[in-house]
Ligand binder design. Sequence first.
Ligand code: DAV
Length: 364
Amino acid sequence: MDDVKHSVYPVVNAHNEWDPLEEVIVGIVDGAMIPPWDVILEATLHERELWDFHRKFGGSPWPKEIIDAAKKDLDEFVHILEAEGVTVRRPTPYDFSKPYATPDFETKSGCYALMPRDVLLAIGDQIIEAPMGWRSRYHEHSAYKDLCKEYFKKGARWVSAPRPQLSDRSYVEGFVAPQEGEPMRTILTEFEPLLDAADVIKCGRDIFVAQSSCCNRFGIEWLQRHLGNDYSVHEVEVHDTHPMHIDATFYPLAPGKLLINPERVPHVPEMFAKSGWDVLVCPEPVMPESHPMYNCSRWISMNVLMLDEERVIVSKGEDTLIRALEDWGFKPIPCNFYDFETIGGGFHCASLDVRRRGELRSYF
Ligand code: DAV
């Protein structure tokens, strides 16, 4: 379980998406709730039927058969990670079923500890608790406190971004998501810094972030100033009518290899071409349209996890992507994950790489 003493690196050491992976947090299905309805869901869920689903069932536990199927996928993911020599850590089960309120808002329940990627940003030797924009995720950090305390005691820096208030002032009143082809807009105002950790993707000294329904400019600016002069935070232009997170959109997989979602990235920042990076265009997902997806799109196929510059965990069934990854010089490791994707995320979402073997450097 605990092989920190065998590593020559700090207990938290996370500079990019591809240095050899030593330790990772993987989410758990225990106590997972269907996200309760809130105005922010209109900005993230593409289909109206899903709004009705969350209006009706949000704040209740996921049905047992859905959870059992998701857990089976997650167990396979953990098994593969361990078989590949990675130490896997898990959050502490937490009661997300309780309603809660602050002076600024109330919510029928919390969500889950399924997606550590959204909640914590591991960067360099620090763990940052993200200032998340969903009211129902306000206490999600609690499931990770035991791990954070342990990493702190072993030398990591641990900080919480300014806790948001999430009153009505944080959301555009009467927000209507843009139609395809309309200019981008998101539901967040600039009232306070907001950012999910999964809106950020690391590439050494250069960090890429996109505005979304849970990330505003204020959040991006907070991150840049907090990280200081060792890092440059670049905002990526994304076209998505219901944007949430960067990791099914824009993903530097290895030095010189940037994977992009062809529907969402109109321009790759010039710095990539100037430094000779290849832009790898993610092929159309092959997941059947009929497969139930309650919280994310089929482009979750892009949400792979790198074990090093070559080994990549990818959803079994995504054969077109698997072949493309092979052609691009990677070694794909397929893992069943469609049933986990049903409840809202891929391998990158479900994990948080805490320690990789490598140093901070520039790739540009
Ligand atoms: O479009 O599927 C995925 C978000 C992953 N963190 C999408 C968004």
